[in-house]
Write a protein that binds this ligand. Sequence first.
Ligand code: PLP
Length: 390
Amino acid sequence: MHDHDNLGFDTLIAHFGEEEKIHGAVVPPIFQNSLFLFDQVEDLLDALTKNPLGPPHHYSRLTNPSVDLAEQKIARLEGTQACKLIGSGMGALSTAIMSSVEAGSHVVALDTAYQPVRTLLTNYLSHLGVTVTYVGGEDTDELLDAIRPETSVVYLEAPSSLMFRLQDVPTITRETRARGITTVFDNTYNTPLHMNPHAMGVDLVCHSCSKYLGGHSDITAGAVCGTRERIDRITKREVNLLGNILHPFQAWLLVRGMRTLSLRLKRHEATANALAAWLEERTEIERVHHISLPSFPQRDLYQSLMRGSGGLFSFEPKVQDDAKVFAFCNALKLFGRGISWGGFESLVVPQKVSPLNYQEPRWIIRLFCGLEDAEDLMRDVEGALSALNS
Ligand SMILES: *Cc1c(COP(=O)(O)O)cnc(C)c1O
């Protein structure tokens, strides 16, 4: 366990950061404590003033051993120097963005990025004088042309929520790096196993660990990954001052969930690939948005950016009637009607979207293929599909 450089993802998930066995315990304990004691008060004052991020730990609002372990593992998998865990994925994204803007800053963001991020940019940071330009993201020149002298963040998400669009990350970051602009990337869909955006020039790589990393629909958590310098700055400012660190028990559940990440991802991916390919042939369906279909319009980019896909995709039914879309969703027995995804269970959610290049809003139905038997999930969808007959 000394030469970590040559170990694969699965071995790292199993062992990295766990060399020291406390009382021989095979599973690291939960450090469910808010504060840490010092023998001498001089050492306490030193820790507070000279070395606030430790070690030694002094207060769990900043650092905690259970949180540290999950952070070390995720940073190692992402290929970044450091990671900070936050109480939710949205907390991680807002922390990353807020650490990189000031009054008067401009942000270039995707029009199909995760909706709450667009709300943060448009309706919340606008109060602090931050402006935003939305772009489709598929056309790199259009994205780079949206950059202004006051642009401080380019916000990317590939594949983007609901529409599954990709951006040419290495080409974009060559420009943003040269201009001193921070690139923030939502890597939730890919997990560190399928894409490592930092190696492609991204400054801050974020995850909602409520999805695949946690994997059991029992926690909300988020991660921000980047250089030691950036993450330490975020810990001293946003994490310390806004108070949004992940709690120790959640971090412990996160490590527990991650142990099966690679096995789960393979299963989600195989089921979704089969279901998406089958749906694509059905007459009720206008278009399937799934990055690993041979018909995916950005297939070359997919193959150059990512090592695999996952269980999440969407489709546009030909009928765009509210009642029929709802009837399809309600007829499903194994796909639960709910938001989120990445857990053991299959889910469905319809959403009316209006990306920049659409003439009018369209219903998109997003499916998440859980860990149930693929045959059962396909039969469930087949049984509900008659609701979408025109
Ligand atoms: C769920 C999700 C988030 C937000 O994560 P939470 O943990 O729910 O706050 C961000 N980005 C993407 C792509 C997501 O799917």
